[in-house]
Design a protein around this ligand. Structure first.
Ligand SMILES: Cc1ncc(C[n+]2csc(CCOP(=O)(O)OP(=O)(O)O)c2C)c(N)n1
Ligand SMILES: [Mg+2]
Length: 1019
C-alpha cells in the first residue's frame, strides 16, 4: 500500500524552506527516521517519518517551501504505525467560543461559591470556642488528656510498630489540616537524635584502633598547618574545621566509601574544602603522600607541594572536586547525582548503587547555592545522594545561628523539600540520661537552648555546663548530681561519636527513593583546648603555641616527645603497626583510595568530515544566524553514531529562544519518570516530549543548575570513565556574568565541553536592553586559563572551531573547554575561503582584499557580527574614497593575545636569539596602513592585541550599558556601524597624512555623526 508522508503541524510557521533531503527513492525507512530538514528564520528541525516502509518517490526538492500538509514523499508500506492522536480520556478540548460562553456563566459560579460558604459557616463558629492549646510559656494546659493520647500512641507502637504509628499520626495531622489547622506537624522534630538507641546499627570496627588512627590524623593535620605557618606566617590554613569533622570523615573512610577499581566505579565524595589537611594526613598514613609533601602544605610553586584546598587542576591525581568556594560543592554534587542517574537511565552506565557523598559546613548553608537545588534532589528521587552537614554551630566570624538552632532550621528546610533527615545531635554518653528523663524535661531543656549557649558550654567546662544547662531546672540538676564535672564534660556530641555516626551512615545507605541529609552536631576546633575549642576565633586559628601543641599531643595520646612536638614533627607508626595495617586493610576492603582522580575512558571516535560539510558551503540566498548554524551542526552530529549518544545538550529554559525546540521530539527531554501526561502539543513536530531515556537536559530557569550539569557531564570522563560532550547553550549575558565562579570551578575540574553564549554581543540582541546585552563575556572568558574562546561570524568558522574542539578534547584528551559566542542576527554565509582553517583556529585570517583602487591602504579587523560592518565599510572606502583595505576576520582576540604574550615572553627571555613573531605580527607586519579593529564587545577585547601590532592601532567596541533599540541605531550609538568605521578610518589615515583631513569631516556631516555626543560609557 502506498502512503504519503506529509508535513505535520509545525507550529506557527507557514511556507518553510526545505534545506536538506535525507532519503532517496528506494531507501528503507523506519518509524521516526528523518525525511527532510526544514528551516524557518528561527530554527531548523527534522521531519520524522510516521511509518516504516520503502520510499517510492520524493515529492519535494531542496529549496521548496512547504507548510502543514504538504506531501514530502510516498512510501510503500504494509504496516502503518501512525499514532492516532486521541485526547486523553478526561481531557475535554474546548473551543474558544465555548470557553467564552462558560465565562459568561460566572454568576452561576458565584452562586455555587456562596452556597459553599454558607455551608461551612457553622464549622467556623464551632472552632471559635476551642480552648487554648498551651500556656504562654509552653506548658501543658491538660496533662491528663495529653497522657491519654500518649498512652494510645505507646500501645500502637508496641502492638503495630512505628510504621502504623506514623500512619495514624499522619492521618490525625491530615484531619486537623482539613479542619483548618494550617500548621503541618512533622517539619521539625525534638532536638534529639533521629535514630533511637535501640535501632542503631552498631559499627563492626575496632574502636580502639580507629580512635588511635583518628588521633594520628588529627595530629598530622594540625601539625602541617602549624609547620607551614611557622615557616612563613603568610601561608595560612585551618585546623578547626577538620578537627570538628574528623570522626565524620573517618567513619566514612573506614566503613562506607568505596574506591574506584576495575570492578566498581567508586563512590564520589565531595570533601569540605577547609578540611583538606585531614585528607592529606590520612593519605600520609596510607603512604600515598610523603612527609616532605606534608611539610610543603600550601607551598606549591616548587616540587612536592600540596594545594591549600581541593583543586583537581593543581593535584590532578588526587582531588576530584573543587569545593572551597562555599556553596559550589553542594550544588555540584546534586547535579552529579542527577547526572549519574541520567547516564544510568540512558543505558550508558551500569547501575552499581554508587553514592555521592557531600560534606559541607553549617555556615556554608547560608549560600543560596547550597540549598537552592535541594528540591531537585528530592523531586528526582536522588537516593544516591547523601549530604553530611557538619554542624559545629560556627562559621568564620562567630555562631551560625546564635539565637536559634541551625540543626532545627536545616531539618525543617530539608524535610520540607522532601529529604530524609537524620539528626545526629547527642553522643552515646547522653543515652543514659535521656532514658532516665521520664518527664521530658531534659528534651525540653535541649529544645530551648539556643546555639549561642551550646557554643558557650563547650568553650567553658563541666561546672559551667552543670550550672547553666542542667542548673536551670532542679530536676535536671538532680539528674546529674552523681556525675563529676569531668563526667559532665564527657557528655559528647553526636558528630564526635563513631557509633552514632556509623548508625546514621548505615541508615542513609539504605534509604530508597529520596536523598538523605545527616545533620551532625560537633564542636569547632574539637580537642584544641583553650586555644581554639568552640571559640569565635577558632576558624582563623593556624598558629598553635608550644603549650597548645603539647596539650593537643596529650589530648590525643600522640607518642611524640616534647622535643618532637616543639619541632612540629609528623607521626607515622611503623608499616607493621596495627594502626597502619588496619587502615590499609579497610581501604583495601572498600576497593581503593579516596580521594583519587583517574580516568580510564576511551576516546570518542572522530565524526566524519562530511558531517560538517554543509556548513562550509555558501548558504546562498538563505539568511541565518550563527545560533541556527549551531543547531544545524548539532542536528548533523546527532546523525553520527559515535558522537550522537555522547552529546548532552543543556538548556536553561531557552530552547525556543535559540530554535532548539526541534530536539525535544528528536532526542527527548530527560525526565526520570518519563512522561505521565500527553503534552498539549503532542501532534506537533517540536512537541514537548519527556522521556526516561531523554537526552536533552532542560534545566528550567537555573543557570547555576545548568552549569553544574555541564561540569558533571564534562568531567564524566574521570568520574564515570565515560567521555561525554556537553553543549550548554545559554543567553550569553546570563553565562559568565551570572555563574563565573562555577565556570572557574569548571576549569579547575578540567571539564571538557562547549559553552555557547547565544544571543551574544551588545548590539545584536536589539530590543532587549541593558540587562540582556552582553558586551563583555568574551573578556570574562579570557580570564579562565583553560577556556578557549571564539567569537565567530560565519557558519564555516563555527564548524571548523567545533570540529577542532572535538579533536582536542576527545582525540588529544586535552583538558580544555570552549566558549563560543553565537548571534541571533540573520545574514548570508559565504563559502569558506581557501586555506583559512589554520587562521580560524589561531584567531584571525584574511577574509577579503580590496586592492584594485589606489595606493592608500588600511587593515580592517572585525569580529562577530561587526565583521560585517567592517566588510561594508571596506566597500564604501573602496568605492567612495579609493582606499584599499585588507579585511580580516578575527575569530578570537583572546587566542591572539595568548599567542602574543607567549611570543613576547619568549623574546624577552631570549634576548640573544632572533626575535620570534607573534601570529598577529606575522599577519600584519607586511601589510600597509593603520589597523582598525572592532567588535560587538568592549574595546578592551580588541585592545588585547595592541602590544603585538607594530603599527598605529585603533579599536572600537561597545563600552557602556546596552539599551533597547534597533540594531542599526544601537551600532550607531556605540559607534561600531559601517559609517563610524569609515569616518574613523578616514580620520586615522589623515593623522598619518595618507588622506586629506576634510575627508573625515565630510563623512561626519554625511553620516550625521554628532561630535558633541558623549562617549557611551557615561550615558
Ligand atoms: C564563597 C565563599 N565565601 C567565603 C569564603 C570564606 N570562608 C572560608 S571558610 C568560611 C566559614 C565556614 O564556615 P562553615 O561552613 O560553618 O564551616 P566550618 O569551618 O565551620 O566547618 C568562610 C566564610 C569561602 N571559602 N567561599
Ligand atoms: Mg561551621
Amino acid at each position: 500500500m502506498s502512503t504519503n508522508i506529509s508535513v505535520p503541524d509545525i507550529g506557527d510557521f507557514e511556507s518553510v524552506e526545505i534545506i536538506e533531503i535525507l532519503v532517496k527513492p528506494g531507501d528503507i525507512i523506519k518509524v521516526n527516521d528523518p525525511i527532510v530538514t526544514l528551516e524557518s528564520d528561527k530554527s531548523s528541525v527534522e521531519v520524522p517519518s510516521p511509518i516504516q516502509g520503502k520510499i517510492t518517490s520524493l515529492e519535494v526538492k531542496i529549496g521548496d517551501k512547504v507548510s502543514k500538509g504538504s506531501i514530502l514523499a510516498q512510501v510503500e508500506s504494509g504496516d502503518i504505525k501512525v499514532k492516532e492522536k486521541t485526547p486523553p480520556k478526561d481531557k475535554v478540548v474546548k473551543t474558544r467560543k465555548e470557553i467564552e460562553k462558560e465565562e459568561n456563566l460566572l454568576p452561576v459560579t458565584e452562586k455555587i461559591i456562596n452556597e459553599a460558604e454558607l455551608a461551612i459557616t457553622p464549622k467556623i463558629k464551632e472552632n471559635s470556642d476551642k480552648k487554648i492549646s498551651s500556656r504562654a510559656n509552653g506548658s501543658d494546659i491538660d496533662p491528663i488528656e495529653t497522657q491519654e493520647w500518649l498512652d494510645s500512641l505507646e500501645s500502637v507502637l508496641k502492638k503495630d510498630g512505628t510504621e502504623r504509628a506514623h500512619y495514624l499520626l499522619k492521618k490525625l495531622s491530615d484531619e486537623a489540616y482539613k479542619e483548618g489547622s494550617a500548621q503541618p506537624i512533622t517539619r521539625i522534630t525534638p532536638y534529639i537524635n533521629t535514630i533511637p538507641v535501640e535501632s542503631e546499627v552498631k559499627s563492626p570496627g575496632d574502636q580502639n584502633i580507629e580512635r588511635r588512627i583518628r588521633s594520628l590524623i588529627r595530629w598530622n593535620a594540625a601539625a602541617m598547618v602549624v609547620k607551614a605557618n611557622k615557616k612563613n606566617p603568610e601561608l595560612g590554613g585551618h585546623i578547626g574545621t577538620f578537627a570538628s569533622a574528623a570522626t565524620l570523615y573517618d567513619v566514612g573512610m573506614n566503613h562506607f566509601w568505596r574506591g574506584k577499581n576495575n570492578k566498581f566505579g567508586g563512590d564520589l565524595v565531595y570533601f569540605q574544602g577547609h578540611s583538606a589537611p585531614g585528607m592529606y594526613a590520612r593519605a600520609f598514613l596510607e603512604g600515598r603522600l610523603s612527609a616532605t609533601q606534608l611539610a610543603n602544605f600550601r607551598q606549591e610553586v616548587g616540587v612536592d607541594g600540596l594545594s591549600s584546598y581541593p583543586h583537581p587542576w593543581l593535584m590532578p591525581k588526587f582531588w576530584q572536586f573543587p569545593t572551597v568556594s562555599m556553596g559550589l560543592g553542594p550544588v555540584l554534587s546534586i547535579y552529579q547525582a542527577r547526572f549519574t542517574k541520567y547516564l544510568i537511565n540512558r543505558g550508558l552506565l551500569k547501575d552499581e548503587g554508587r553514592k555521592i557523598w557531600t560534606f559541607l559546613g553549617d555556615g556554608e548553608t547560608d549560600e543560596p547555592e547550597s540549598l537552592g537545588a535541594i528540591s531537585l534532589a528530592s523531586r528526582e528521587k536522588l537516593d544516591n545522594l547523601i549530604f553530611v552537614i557538619n554542624c559545629n554551630l560556627q562559621r568564620l566570624d562567630g555562631p551560625v545561628r546564635g539565637n536559634g538552632k541551625i540543626i532545627q532550621e536545616l531539618e525543617g528546610i530539608f524535610r520540607g523539600a522532601g529529604w530524609n533527615v537524620i539528626k545526629v545531635i547527642w553522643g552515646s554518653y547522653w543515652d543514659q540520661l535521656l532514658s532516665k528523663d521520664k518527664t521530658g524535661l531534659l528534651i525540653k531543656r535541649m529544645n530551648e537552648c539556643v546555639d549561642g549557649e551550646y557554643q558557650a558550654f563547650k568553650a567553658n567546662d563541666g561546672s559551667y555546663v552543670r550550672k547553666n544547662f542542667f542548673g536551670k531546672y532542679p530536676e535536671l540538676k538532680d539528674l546529674v548530681s552523681s556525675m563529676t564535672d569531668r563526667d559532665i564534660w564527657k557528655l559528647n556530641r553526636g558528630g564526635h561519636d563513631p557509633h552514632k555516626v556509623f548508625a546514621a551512615y548505615d541508615e542513609a545507605m539504605k534509604t530508597k527513593g529520596k536523598p538523605t541529609v545527616i545533620l551532625a552536631k560537633t564542636i569547632k576546633g574539637y580537642g584544641m583546648g583553650k586555644s581554639g575549642e568552640s571559640i569565635n576565633i577558632t576558624h582563623q586559628q593556624k598558629k598553635l603555641g608550644e603549650e597548645d601543641l603539647l596539650y593537643y599531643r596529650d589530648r590525643f595520646d600522640i607518642p611524640l616527645t616534647d622535643k618532637q612536638v616543639r619541632n612540629i614533627e609528623f607521626y607515622k607508626p611503623d608499616e607493621k603497626s596495627d594502626e597502619i595495617k588496619y587502615l590499609k586493610e579497610r581501604r583495601r576492603n572498600l576497593g581503593g583510595h579516596l580521594p583519587e582522580r583517574t580516568s580510564f575512558s576511551k576516546p570518542i571516535k572522530k565524526p566524519s568530515k562530511d558531517i560538517f560539510q554543509n556548513m562550509l558551503n555558501s548558504s546562498g540566498e538563505r539568511e541565518m544566524s550563527t545560533t541556527m548554524a549551531l543547531v544545524r551542526m548539532l542536528t548533523n552530529l546527532l546523525r553520527d553514531k559515535n558522537i550522537a549518544p555522547r552529546l548532552v545538550p543543556i538548556i536553561p529554559d531557552e530552547a525556543r529562544t535559540f530554535g532548539m525546540e526541534g530536539f525535544f521530539r528528536k532526542i527527548g527531554i530527560y525526565a526520570h519518570e518519563g512522561q505521565k501526561y500527553e503534552p498539549e502539543d503532542s501532534d506537533q513536530l517540536s512537541s514537548y516530549r519527556e522521556d526516561k531515556k531523554g537526552q536533552v537536559l532542560e534545566e528550567g530557569i537555573t543557570e547555576t543548575g545548568a552549569m553544574s550539569s555541564f561540569i558533571a557531564a564534562g568531567t564524566s570522563y574521570t568520574n564515570h570513565d565515560l567521555e561525554m560532550i556537553p553543549v550548554y547553550t545559554f543567553y550569553s549575558m546570563f553565562g559568565f556574568q551570572r555563574v563565573m565562579d562555577l565556570i572557574w570551578a569548571a576549569g579547575d575540574s578540567q571539564t571538557r565541553g562547549f559553552l555557547v553564549g547565544a544571543t551574544s554581543g551588545r548590539t545584536t540582541l536589539a530590543g532587549e536592553g541593558l540587562q540582556h546585552q552582553d558586551g563583555h563575556s568574551q573578556l570574562l572568558a579570557s580570564t579562565v586559563p583553560n577556556c578557549i574562546s571564539y567569537d565567530p561570524t560565519f557558519a564555516y568558522e563555527l564548524a571548523i572551531i567545533f570540529q577542532d574542539g572535538l579533536r582536542r578534547m576527545h582525540d588529544q584528551q586535552e583538558n580544555i573547554f570552549y566558549y563560543l559566542t553565537t548571534m541571533n542576527e540573520n545574514y548570508k554565509h559565504p563559502p569558506m575561503p581557501k586555506n583559512c582553517e589554520k587562521g580560524i583556529l589561531k584567531g584571525m585570517y584574511l577574509f577579503k582584499e580590496f586592492n584594485n583602487k589606489g595606493k592608500t591602504k588600511v587593515q580592517l579587523l572585525g569580529s562577530g557580527t561587526i565583521l560585517r560592518e567592517m566588510i561594508s565599510a571596506a566597500e564604501i572606502l573602496s568605492k567612495e574614497y579609493n582606499i584599499d583595505s585588507d579585511v580580516w576576520s578575527v575569530t578570537s582576540f583572546n587566542e591572539l593575545r595568548k599567542d602574543g604574550m607567549t611570543v613576547e615572553r619568549h623574546n624577552l627571555l631570549n634576548p640573544t636569539e632572533k626575535l620570534k613573531k607573534s601570529y598577529v605580527e606575522e599577519c600584519l607586519s607586511k601589510r600597509d596602513g593603520p589597523v582598525i579593529a572592532a567588535s560587538d564587545y568592549m574595546r578592551s577585547f580588541a585592545d588585547q592585541i595592541r602590544p603585538y601590532i607594530p603599527k598605529s592601532f585603533y579599536s572600537f567596541g561597545t563600552d557602556g550599558y546596552g539599551r533597547s533599540d534597533s540594531r542599526k541605531n544601537l551600532r550607531k550609538f556605540f559607534e561600531v556601524d559601517k559609517e563610524h568605521i569609515v569616518t574613523y578610518t578616514l580620520s586615522a589615515l589623515a593623522k598619518e597624512q595618507l588622506v586629506p583631513t576634510n575627508y573625515a569631516e565630510k563623512a561626519m556631516k554625511k553620516y550625521k555623526i554628532n561630535k558633541e555626543k558623549p562617549i557611551p560609557t557615561v550615558l
